[in-house]
Design a protein around this ligand. Structure first.
Ligand code: FE
Length: 136
């Protein structure tokens, strides 16, 4: 796990990512709600990691949470995300990271809708959306 993270230095991440992406993906920042590109995106397609291109979420699992961040009931593949306990800001939360590059994506909460009851609350800036091909 985190092989790319191990081989990509902080200097290389700074070159590869925009300053805003770096703040969220590498420094675990949070974009302001209702400001990101995807919180209200209703197109069909796949959301990839903005750091390394790993497919993370499908639009099929996206739902309207009202939080101002793109929200999903489940990742495309459990093995593509990594979850860790986060006790920063005096809160007990579960952080969600890209399992390939270790980039910070957001947090997951257990107040989501069916079928999983989970709410993956993800920063738009950590994602790269590719719309589904019309012919697919
Ligand atoms: Fe990644």
């Amino acid at each position: 796990m985190m092989t790319e993270n191990e081989h990509t230095t902080e200097e290389e991440w700074k070159e590869k990512l925009t300053e805003e992406q770096y703040k969220v993906l590498r420094l675990k920042g949070t974009e302001r709600p209702f400001t990101g590109k995807y919180w209200d995106n209703k197109e069909k397609g796949v959301y990839y990691c903005a750091g390394c291109g790993t497919p993370l979420f499908n639009s099929k699992s996206k739902f309207k949470s009202g939080s101002g961040w793109p929200s999903f009931t489940n990742p495309i593949d459990e093995s593509n995300v990594h979850e860790e306990q986060d006790t920063s800001l005096n809160m007990r939360r579960t952080e969600v990271l890209c399992s390939k590059c270790g980039g910070h994506l957001g947090h997951v909460f257990d107040d989501g809708p069916k079928p999983t009851g989970m709410r993956y609350c993800i920063n738009s800036i950590s994602l790269d959306f590719k719309p589904k091909n019309k012919e697919d």
